[in-house]
Design a protein around this ligand. Structure first.
Ligand SMILES: CCCCCCCCC/C=C/C(=O)SCCNC(=O)CCNC(=O)[C@H](O)C(C)(C)COP(=O)(O)OP(=O)(O)OC[C@H]1O[C@@H](n2cnc3c(N)ncnc32)[C@H](O)[C@@H]1OP(=O)(O)O
Ligand SMILES: NC(=O)C1=CN([C@@H]2O[C@H](COP(=O)(O)OP(=O)(O)OC[C@H]3O[C@@H](n4cnc5c(N)ncnc54)[C@H](OP(=O)(O)O)[C@@H]3O)[C@@H](O)[C@H]2O)C=CC1
Length: 289
């Protein structure tokens, strides 16, 4: 038996030309969705798609100009979007914003998307650095969810926690982030149990590499041209549109029995070589740049 190696994707695959927007128009009309990290990248894409499907969307982030940009993109779809500046790590501030946004509307979908980390070896992460990343990627998720519960419980809502593909395995340089995301996964499964009787569902959606505008150009091109072909079995990055469509699907009645799951939307990246097994990744490591 030969050893497994990655092949470049064949051309002419049917899904290459297909429109990923498969959900019925206005499917989410009458619902209210709250999305953190709404001013860029994946969060922005999710907001635009949810609004396009008819949801009233509330976006949360720290940068007004970025949130305003999301508002402009939503406006092009005739969608309904409001935004609040808040730091999800500021418990009082984010609780107040969640309550204000949902007091009248209730909440049908909560997307915990705000997150991120720096790459560093475990022995180069200070206590403060570790806590900063855990605060953003785990503690803040708990605070947002616990405030949102009363609103999600009104009609039975869906929680989506954006995670990382490969969360169940190790990855060099991500001690802090993977510890936090593993905690979120455990929290997700536990809430799926505790709140099932309220009709509240909780799932993790874990993208592989998403090449968004937020990434510096050199990193984006290195990811697309070298790292993804070497590490993702499907040979492609994960488009933001695919993540948005999955999140929207999970909020529909068709997702009503899906809870407590980790959905890795990554072209089998979690089964393949980890990013850390690719030469000179992340850039800036020894021999990198
Ligand atoms: C499986 C295959 C498919 C895998 C597929 C999966 C691929 C995953 C790809 C993931 C992509 C993304 O997540 S994309 C998301 C892109 N966005 C980001 O990554 C933004 C992330 N944000 C940050 O990094 C933030 O700075 C963060 C650290 C979380 C928190 O901000 P703060 O304001 O609290 O931070 P600061 O005050 O500046 O710093 C706090 C401490 O952290 C330390 N710190 C900060 N940067 C540091 C660094 N580079 N190295 C060491 N330490 C650092 C500082 O020194 C401070 O500690 P002291 O020195 O002790 O004071
Ligand atoms: N890009 C990728 O390849 C992948 C990304 N992910 C995850 O997906 C999520 C989105 O990533 P992506 O869109 O790529 O990255 P971005 O950096 O573009 O998005 C992160 C968003 O979160 C907001 N945010 C960060 N910190 C806070 C905070 N303390 N309070 C409120 N908002 C905050 C940022 O806005 P602002 O700074 O203005 O507040 C920003 O809009 C993250 O959790 C990321 O780890 C997962 C897998 C792969």
């Amino acid at each position: 038996m030969g050893s497994y190696r990655l092949h470049p994707p064949q051309s002419g695959l049917a899904w290459e030309v297909a429109d990923v927007k498969v959900l019925q128009q206005r499917l989410l009309a009458g619902t209210h969705a709250v999305v953190t990290g709404a001013g860029s990248g994946i969060g922005q894409g999710i907001c635009v798609r949810l609004a396009e499907l008819g949801a009233a969307v509330t976006g949360i982030g720290r940068t007004d100009s970025a949130l305003q940009r999301t508002a402009e993109l939503v406006a092009r779809t005739q969608g309904n979007f409001q935004w609040f500046s808040a730091d999800v790590r500021d418990c009082a501030q984010v609780r107040s914003v969640i309550s204000e946004a949902s007091a009248e509307l209730g909440m049908d979908l909560l997307v915990n998307n705000a997150g991120g980390q720096f790459y560093a070896a475990a022995d180069e992460i200070s206590d403060k650095g570790f806590r900063s990343v855990v605060d953003l990627n785990l503690n803040a998720v708990f605070t947002v969810i616990s405030e949102a519960k009363q609103f999600l419980a009104r009609r039975g809502g869906s929680i989506i926690n954006i995670s990382l593909s490969g969360v169940e395995r190790g990855s060099v340089g991500l001690t802090h982030s993977l510890a936090a995301r593993a905690g979120v996964l455990a929290m997700t499964k536990t809430l799926a149990l505790e709140w099932a009787h309220l009709g509240i569902r909780a799932n993790c959606v874990a993208p592989g590499v998403v090449i968004s505008d937020s990434l510096p150009g050199a990193i984006a091109s290195d990811l697309r041209d070298r790292v993804v072909p070497e590490s993702v079995p499907a040979g492609r990055p994960t488009p933001t549109a695919d993540v948005a469509e999955l999140v929207a699907f999970l909020a529909t009645p068709a997702g009503r029995m899906i809870t407590g799951q980790l959905l890795q939307i990554d072209g089998a990246a979690h089964l393949g070589r980890g990013l850390h097994m690719v030469d000179n990744w992340p850039p800036g490591e020894e021999g990198g740049e």
